[in-house]
Ligand binder design. Structure first.
Ligand SMILES: *Cc1c(COP(=O)(O)O)cnc(C)c1O
Length: 374
């Protein structure tokens, strides 16, 4: 099969390395990158990305589930793999078999892990105010109890910030409050003489906005920004940090046709030609993760020109109005994320047009796309 035959992702290893080095410079001495490679490395392809990260010296990773962790081990990834989410009691053997570190998502779950009876490496999640996972920072005695579970080897204690990507003073204040609560727990454990565990608090935005925080931690769970992308476009952060997008999304133009003024196109004839137009059918659709919300809204680059998506995005195909691109032929490429000539469409732009954030756009890029390293 020709890998660029239909629809594909191109990965820039140079850009990945650039972003890794940029973050390593940003992190305080002694703090290691623990890339978030969940959801197929935010759609990039977790095996390909982690093999490159491993070559760059990365030794810690975080994933959402034990199955994702097992997938990394089978791909030959060494080092610590932390499962951030819940692992069903019936799947706990996966943790042992693949040497995965499990999050203690709360004290009740700690009991389940203890009762499993086999030795497990765990990080304790602390809820400092997001109210998703983690034991409440207020339940110090419950947290302390976990050290009495003989089969739990506690190798980390962490929390997660929920407003670190916000720009308002309220967001910043809450971020600092969460850190204060986390540090309270850490101070308590320290006073008890508990040690030998790594601490971590920050994701991408916790690092990008680190001047809001006072502490330093052993690990940083950087996800979206390591792929060279902000969750949403921000002129301030773009000026401050030279992140380079790792991923480009491209697809093949398969057919070109001329429409007369007044003719409609696509499902529901949701688009009509207001004058004579030339349309190109492209072999990518919402099943590939290109949002249907981009119907009559999104854009692509063809031969260095920006052209609109017209009509409804289909499951496997869509239509572009290529009237403004002279001599466009079947077999040519359409770029949905990435560069063509002097133009670039960034994931942030596509996300804004689709009414979402880049994290969702990228992590939903489908299985059917072929990932190629360039
Ligand atoms: C996904 C996730 C991260 C990474 O977040 P980014 O904003 O993509 O850097 C970090 N920590 C936890 C707990 C997560 O679930």
């Amino acid at each position: 099969m020709y890998e660029k035959g239909r629809a594909w992702i191109e990965l820039s290893i140079q850009h990945l390395e650039h972003n890794v080095r940029l973050f390593q410079k940003l992190l305080p001495k002694g703090c290691a990158l623990m890339p978030a490679v969940k959801a197929n490395a935010y759609g990039h392809g977790m095996e390909l990305i982690c093999k490159q990260l491993q070559k760059l010296g990365i030794r810690n990773y975080c994933v959402a589930s034990a199955v994702e962790g097992a997938r990394l081990r089978r791909a030959g990834i060494h080092g610590q793999i932390l499962v951030l989410g819940y692992t069903h009691p019936r799947d706990l053997d996966l943790l042992v078999e693949y040497d995965l570190t499990q999050t203690v998502i709360d004290c009740a779950y700690g009991k389940i892990l203890k009762d499993f009876g086999k030795k497990l490496s765990v990080h304790i999640g602390i809820d400092t105010g997001m109210h998703r996972l983690g034991e409440s920072y207020e339940n110090i005695s419950g947290i302390r109890e976990l050290w009495n579970c003989r089969n739990l080897q506690i190798t980390g204690v962490y929390s997660h910030l929920c407003t670190s990507d916000g720009t308002t003073e309220t967001d910043r204040t809450y971020m600092r409050l969460q850190e204060m609560r986390f540090q309270k727990v850490l101070r308590y454990l320290q006073a008890e003489g508990r040690k030998g565990f790594a601490t971590h608090l920050q994701g991408s935005y916790g690092i990008l906005n680190k001047e809001e925080l006072t502490g330093t931690y052993d690990l940083a769970r950087v996800g979206i920004a390591l792929y060279g992308v902000f969750s949403e476009s921000s002129t301030e952060l773009e000026r401050k940090y030279d992140l380079r997008p790792v991923l480009s999304l491209k697809a093949r133009i398969t057919s070109v046709k001329e429409l007369k003024a007044g003719e409609g196109a696509g499902y529901g004839l949701a688009w009509h030609a207001d004058s004579a137009r030339r349309l190109a059918a492209v072999s990518i659709g919402y099943a590939d993760g290109l949002p249907r919300a981009l119907s009559n809204k999104g854009h692509a680059l063809v031969k260095g020109k920006k052209v609109p998506i017209v009509g409804r995005v289909c499951m496997d195909q869509l239509l572009l109005d290529v009237t403004e691109v002279p001599e466009v032929c079947p077999g040519e490429e359409a770029v949905f994320i990435g560069r063509s000539g002097t133009y670039e469409i960034r994931a942030e732009e596509m996300a804004a047009e689709a009414g979402t954030i880049t994290n969702e756009i990228l992590s939903r890029l489908g299985e059917r796309l072929v990932r190629v390293i360039v």
